[in-house]
Design a protein around this ligand. Structure first.
Ligand SMILES: [Zn+2]
Length: 142
């Protein structure tokens, strides 16, 4: 399920949804440097990561829903199952969200683009052909 070629591989590793080779972001999710700087295009297959302005607006809702359910489950588990105090449960939640915040932000974007873009094993060869037209389009201010 998590092999290259599956949606889960692209989403959880934040890889290009078309070729599954290149990372969608410049830096590692845990480096905390340039956390939100996404590449405009895939380095390997030239897939456009910004097909339209405001494309990732919907990804915000995905990360909101995911974070809300995660937070409820997390606090309930520590408070009820492990019998931690409410303050300690929330304290740990804040720490965990602090560490995973960048990853969750990126995960939502990877999930979102994977709804529209599908894996292609020949993406890299196709991208080289598309490359010339894509850069021409960029030149003329698409
Ligand atoms: Zn690619």
């Amino acid at each position: 399920m998590f092999r290259k070629g599956s949606k889960a591989y692209s989403i959880f590793n934040i890889k290009c949804p078309r070729c599954h080779e290149s990372d969608m972001f410049e830096t590692s999710s845990y480096s905390f440097s340039k956390p939100f700087d996404m590449k405009e295009r895939c380095d390997k297959c030239n897939e456009d990561f910004f097909p339209e302005p405001g494309y990732y607006y919907g990804a915000m809702f995905l990360s909101y829903i995911f974070t809300a359910f995660f937070s409820i489950g997390f606090v309930l588990f520590f408070h009820w199952v492990l019998d931690w105090s409410t303050a300690a449960s929330f304290g740990l939640l804040i720490l965990v969200l602090g560490i995973f915040f960048v990853y969750i932000f990126r995960l939502a974007r990877a999930l979102y683009i994977n709804i529209h873009v599908h894996y292609s094993p020949t993406a890299i060869e196709d991208g080289k052909e598309r490359g010339s037209t894509a850069s021409a389009a960029a030149h003329f201010g698409r």
